[in-house]
Design a binder for this molecule. Structure first.
Ligand code: ACM
Length: 547
């Protein structure tokens, strides 16, 4: 009898959980599945009433995606009643929305244009996978469960960074990743455009950046079929024209993603110095574009006013391309050895009475953040700008930069918050997890060569806690968000990029959107198993380790 009762209770619980399950990632704040379903008819209207153009455009894009995938003939109209109705409300969070699907129709409510966008993303995600994938399939029945969703993100910043310096990826591959960012409600694309191994952004005033600076003497390729090899020939010149950069900005904007360009300086600047050695600390011995990884001692001569003007001019040209409010200028891993050997730098330290050579970097950052602020941009920096021994926090913090924290991530995030600076958590590596989603995710034999030891698993990435419970409530508002970061020293091909990034990209997307208490790895794994259909339809390669 007791056994029967237990079995009955278990069965009831299973049915209840089956009914409340909805394949929506990131997991929404609240989703209640009710009885019944709604099958979309061949013709339907999305009624947006008197809502402003920015919102009616979202309705039109939804209709276009829906029709392209389903063959239905949906139309967006301002007048009349629609099967899908949009209603502006005052009480949703900035990117939040409410969805009510009944057997009679769908009510979409939001306060902002982004809120409506995310509501439509959720609708597409709940429909069969070919709708989000925008793959035509007229043979399907387009049915939604009756459901009530109330949703809003945990964090304002939900980012993905791609390093296109170490290896270059064409705009078509960027768009594939941006499509997934949008599907999983990520909202910032951090574009790491320059580094020691290649300069990838066209700058009209300095054409050698994209000839000399965009060509490495050799290239290591990890080929997923053939293994690892060196090409033994020049790699490049590979770079994005201004037209291409604008195209990416526009593609992102349509998906409510802001592009943050990064020009890493004054370290990680070898590609620029190879092109213009007069701005290095030792012009008589010009460096070449790097082929290896690690940290170079060749850095910008920050005590040479012409070198500083060079850096400012580069930022200025790019400010015209990237309309977003943020500009990342790196600031990570900058050895001071070359400054110590350089007469200009020695003189500057002496004449200004600087306490150490690290302060040259803090002084440079202050100058650049001021320059960017004059152009309406807020600067973003890697955490060494505040955590490096000898950094001058007052100079660095003067223009309220945002600190991207990678190593030591949590100590840096706490320190930034205590300075009153916003931070973004993008953990490099701990036993508790990593948001560096280029690192090897498995120790299994046969895994391709890559960064890390293979212990940066999907589960650890998912379970990493971005805001530890001991962060005082007063500091929590400074935790702006989370970022999945992807470096490409080992990654030269699109299939390997996707294999490493997916599905850890979605794990970080969920960390950005979903409340900590609502996260559950087994539930995530179940949803990702279903999302294989979406990835397969898009022809994505992805890690199969958790399936
Ligand atoms: C970094 O990984 N050097 C930011």
């Amino acid at each position: 009898m007791k056994k029967t009762l237990t079995a009955l209770l278990l069965a009831t619980a299973l049915i209840a959980s089956a009914q409340s399950f909805v394949n929506l990632t990131p997991r929404p704040k609240s989703a209640v599945v009710n009885d019944g379903q709604l099958t979309l008819p061949p013709r339907l209207t999305v009624a947006y009433g008197s809502l402003p153009d920015s919102i009616s455009r979202e309705a039109a894009r939804f209709v276009s995606d829906l029709n392209a995938a389903t063959g239905l003939q949906a139309e967006a109209h301002s007048t009349g009643d629609g099967l899908i109705r949009l209603r502006h409300v005052a009480d949703c969070a900035a990117e939040g929305y409410r969805l009510q699907v009944t057997t009679q129709g769908i009510l979409v409510e939001a306060t902002t244009t982004s809120g409506f966008f995310y509501a439509f993303q959720s609708l597409k995600k709940i429909l069969p996978a070919n709708v989000m994938a925008r793959r035509y399939d007229a043979g399907k029945c387009y049915t939604l469960p009756c459901i009530t969703v109330q949703d809003e993100p945990r964090f304002a910043y939900r980012g993905f960074m791609l390093d296109v310096s170490r290896h270059f990826f064409p705009v078509s591959e960027l768009k594939r990743m941006i499509d997934l960012m949008a599907a999983y409600k990520m909202n910032y694309f951090h574009w790491h455009l320059t580094d020691d191994q290649g300069w990838r952004a066209e700058i009209e005033e300095y054409p050698r950046l994209t000839t000399v600076g965009a060509t490495a003497p050799n290239c290591r390729v990890v080929d997923m079929q053939r293994g690892t090899y060196w090409t033994d020939r020049p790699y490049g010149p590979y770079f994005y024209t201004k037209t291409e950069m604008r195209e990416v900005v526009e593609y992102c904007a349509q998906r409510h993603i802001t592009v943050i360009p990064e020009v890493d300086m004054p370290g990680h600047f070898v590609a620029a110095l190879a092109a213009y050695p007069e701005y290095s600390c030792d012009p008589a011995n010009p460096p070449s574009v790097w082929t290896k990884g690690g940290v170079s001692r060749e850095v910008l001569n920050v005590a040479n006013p012409r070198a500083v003007a060079f850096a400012k001019h580069i930022l200025g040209e790019l400010c015209d391309i990237f309309p977003g409010p943020y500009f990342h200028i790196g600031g990570d891993e900058c050895p001071t050895d070359a400054w110590k050997q350089n007469a200009d730098c020695q003189r500057l330290v002496e004449s200004e009475g600087l306490p150490n050579f690290r302060t040259l970097q803090s002084r440079f950052i202050e100058d650049m953040t001021t320059y960017l602020a004059e152009r309406g941009k807020r600067t973003i920096l890697w955490n060494e700008s505040i955590t490096a021994q000898g950094a001058d926090l007052e100079r660095v913090g003067r223009n309220r930069p945002i600190i991207f924290c990678w190593h030591p991530c949590q100590r840096a995030a706490r320190m930034a918050a205590e300075q009153g600076l916003l931070n973004v958590v993008t953990e490099f590596h701990t036993n508790a997890g990593s948001y560096y989603i280029n690192r090897k995710q498995s120790t299994a034999p046969g895994e391709p060569d890559g960064a890390g030891q293979g212990d940066d698993t999907v589960e650890r990435c998912y379970n990493y806690v971005p805001v530890p419970t001991d962060v005082p409530e007063a500091l929590q508002p400074f935790y702006w968000g989370v970022q999945a970061t992807f470096w490409c020293e080992w990654v030269a091909t699109a299939d390997y990029l996707e294999y490493l990034a997916l599905p850890r990209l979605m794990a970080v997307a969920e960390a950005g959107w979903t409340q900590q208490a609502d996260k559950d790895f087994q539930d995530f794994r179940r949803r990702m198993s279903l999302d294989r259909e979406l990835l397969d339809l898009g022809g994505y390669n992805y890690g199969k380790h958790i399936f």
